[in-house]
Design a protein around this ligand. Sequence first.
Ligand SMILES: [Zn+2]
Length: 314
Amino acid sequence: MNTADSVTEFEKVGCVLCGSSEHELQCTIGQHGLPAHVVLCKRCGLGFLNPRWTEERYSRFYAMEYDKYYRTYLIGEKGGKASGAQVQPTIPALVRMKQAGILPVKIDSVLDIGSGSGGFLLQMKGVYPSAEFYAIEPSRNCQEVLRKSGITLVSDTVNSDWDKSFHEKFDFINMRHVLEHFLNPLEVLTKVRGSLKENGLVYIAVPNSAKPGLPLLRYFFRAVHTYYFNRPTLLALAQRAGLHAEFILEGDAFNRHELVLVCSKGEIINEIPSAYAAQHDVFAPIIKHESSFLYKLKQVVKKALGRESNNTAD
Ligand SMILES: [Zn+2]
């Protein structure tokens, strides 16, 4: 499943959170054997890909190749049937916000950024039947399914000026496992803030680098995850975008490896976290273990026996 990449398809970047260019390299190849030069910022502790694919290369990947790796059901026989519309669904975002006492009583308009084929929005429709539903989604396959479900496509990319036409439009914005995919998550969160109603909420869920799903080197680290957040770095990024944390959660029965942050509109706060040492101490022993001869030998044996380890979380 290797993809051939020329050197010109990569670009170098500084830390989006603190601006530092002092990084510590963690690995060069990630999930599916695709390139993943994961670095840790030595100043703030944010993890990110550097160098990484260019915007043009990522656009091509998401439009034409992503589904092949991550949404095989869309191109298989099942043909992209969105589930959950008939049965009263369990939506972790709503359950978690209800438990935290911050679930909005009324929701008139919902935006799902990185909606896929609209599974979440159709579930929300079961709970808020009179609301309007919007999506940002690059996959051509998914866009077709969204159209058939009556969901309005706002844009095929977060990098466009979509927010200008949707100023203070949304009561609720869902960003489940998408922030870690963006080229500039700070810019995206700033747009999100602008498109939220005064009392609107944004729900952000990302993989938690402080409690990563394993294996780290061949599963958690991946070409499509341009950023690797822990609690302090995610919180600091949201605050830099003018978002105020209403609720933070580090793993629960729904997903042990998830980091969830729900925000309302707030003031812009520029504080640089000191999360490098703690993050290094999480990654270093796992990388050492997964790089050992014995570990690799065990993986070869498992594969030969058809039991290749494969975690199912995002
Ligand atoms: Zn940094």
